[in-house]
Write a protein that binds this ligand. Structure first.
Ligand code: KIV
Ligand code: ZN
Length: 527
């Protein structure tokens, strides 16, 4: 590998998943891992195996199923963590163990209550233990950006002697500024023996909005691995955004003279996929992947663009996989056109999945004049995340207005063939629908969060409903889309109920389940 190649270490599934509300299940993590592989990342940090059995299972499944990138598991510098991390990644074609230990004075004193000597010893032991399992070992001195430089240099030198192959310098609390962070990397390059034998890595948090700038300052000083996440998701304000750092390196190749292996045309589809799965929406004006990133509103800009694109555009939307013309299909479009569009958006559906998306597309086209890419993405995401159903929404009506009590009547179809109806009052029409669903299914949940957003623009735009509910201490989330926002809410809520009902059914299996719901059910797009 040439010296001007930057390794992209993606930690969406580990640091990114630590974002409040971003937790993913096994199927979703595997989907993200496959998307990251397609995108061309060099290393996938798949999780923190000791953290929970679910984390372990996900890292192991990714290690076994995702071929190409290095698969990495995180561990603290102790025997139990390292063994668990190794157990999880050992089946990967290219496994890596990432061990970390805090080094800054504030962490030493208040978190670890350890002396500098004890820190060095623990770090060295951790790297040696990891090295007994795996050739590829990364070490991170947590809170490195706030660590005394001479002590940081000592730790780094000692872990290199112990066998670390990558040394990462985290700005754990997002405290660094570009020239300061660059100076840390420069100092280590100048003062640590054998530093050129390892890959220097950077890991920046975005508390001051400087994660990308700090990472770029570090690569200018010789760092050759950048740790980042899709859409910049992560603890607190997040991590360095993968799409931003990659496009900065590419667009300003004249300045940096550095490359990555990322297929930039997949940046936008990957960003959308992660946003859908985690429920963390991308702000409209977000660099590279925000809906407005390539939209020119001011007349003077539009005029310039029409005359010569580069007057106001430094990147082409198609280079990041964002389509120039968003207006795609309509009522008369056939399955072939839909298949092409779906593939272009970065999805690979089976024939059965495509057929179901097509049916929902047709029903949407009857209700909505213009179908945008975002509508198609919503239909596909709904298909991918639909999962088995015990209860299906058959019909509902609700009644609300000033001076009346909000009420709803709901009809659900049960997989065993029965239709059940009930009605309820609520604080509003959505609440009344949820209460009626709870009465029918006999499952009561505590609603923690409920959000509606518009998928596209226009009066007939689809609404996406997101529901987060608590059931016996477990948080469940779901999403659904429809041009009718109450229907979207009902379908999302029903997904949560279905997950609980199916889990209950696992413990008391039914004898004669039938399959297909009646035709009248296909009112919404969010299956
Ligand atoms: O921010 C941080 O310090 C981390 C380490 C575990 C690398 O995420
Ligand atoms: Zn971090």
């Amino acid at each position: 590998m040439t010296d001007n190649r930057i390794l992209i270490f993606d930690t969406t599934l580990r640091d990114g998943e630590q974002s409040p509300g971003a937790s993913m299940n096994l199927v979703e993590k595997l989907e993200v891992a496959h998307a990251l592989k397609e995108l061309g990342v060099d290393i996938i940090e798949a999780g923190f195996p000791i953290a929970s059995p679910g984390d372990f299972e996900a890292v192991q499944a990714i290690a076994r199923q995702v071929q190409g990138p290095i698969i990495c598991g995180l561990a603290r510098c102790n025997e139990q963590d390292i063994s668990r991390a190794w157990e999880a990644v050992r089946d990967a074609a290219r496994p890596r163990i990432h061990v970390f230990l805090a080094t800054s004075a504030i962490h030493r004193e208040f978190k670890l209550q350890m002396t500098p000597e004890e820190i060095v010893q623990r770090a060295v032991e951790g790297v040696k233990r990891a090295k007994d399992c795996c050739d590829d070992v990364e070490f991170s001195p947590e809170d490195a950006a706030r660590t005394e430089l001479d002590f940081l240099a000592e730790v780094v030198e000692r872990v290199i002697e112990a066998g670390a192959t990558t040394v990462n310098i985290p700005d754990t609390v997002g405290y660094a500024v570009p020239s300061h962070y660059a100076a840390v990397i420069r100092y280590l390059k100048q003062h640590v023996r054998n530093i050129d034998r390892v890959v220097m890595s950077v890991h920046c948090h975005d508390d001051l909005g400087l994660a990308v700038a700090n990472s770029l300052a570090a690569v200018m000083e010789g760092a050759r691995q950048v740790e980042c996440t899709i859409n910049g998701i992560g603890e607190r304000a997040g991590n360095c955004a993968l799409e931003e750092v990659v496009m900065a390196l590419r667009t300003r190749a004249d300045f940096f003279g550095l490359t990555t292996a990322i297929n930039t045309k997949l940046l936008y589809p990957t960003s959308r996929r992660v946003a859908h799965i985690t429920g963390l929406q991308v702000q409209r004006n977000k660099a590279i992947v925000g809906q407005n990133a390539f939209a020119h509103e001011a007349g003077i800009h539009q005029h310039g663009i029409l005359k010569h694109r580069e007057t106001y555009e430094i990147m082409r939307p198609e280079d990041v996989g964002m389509n120039k013309t968003d207006l795609v299909l309509g009522k008369h479009s056939g399955k072939h056109a839909l298949r092409e569009r779906v593939q272009h958006l970065g999805y690979h559906l089976s024939d059965e999945q495509l057929q179901r998306v097509f049916e929902n597309f047709k029903s949407l086209a009857d209700r909505k004049k213009v179908i945008y890419d975002a509508d198609i993405e919503a239909l596909v995401e709904a298909e991918i995340h639909s999962g088995p159903r015990l209860w299906t929404l058959h019909a509902f009506t609700c009644n609300a207005g000033s001076g009346t009590l909000p009420s709803a009547a709901v009809v659900l179809w049960h997989r065993e063939g029965k239709i059940v109806k009930d009605a309820a009052l609520g604080d509003g029409p959505v609440d009344a629908v949820f209460k009626a669903i709870e009465r029918i299914t006999g499952i009561d949940v505590t609603l923690k969060d409920f959000r509606i957003r518009s998928v596209t623009v226009g009066e007939d735009a689809q609404g996406e409903a997101q529901v987060e509910a608590d059931y016996r201490g477990k948080t469940l989330t779901a999403r659904a889309v429809s041009t009718d926002i109450i229907e979207a809410a009902a379908m999302a809520f029903l997904q949560v109920i279905n997950r609980i009902a199916l889990k209950q059914e696992e413990t008391a299996p039914r004898i004669h389940p039938t399959d297909a719901p009646p035709k009248a059910e296909s009112v919404g797009s969010g299956r």
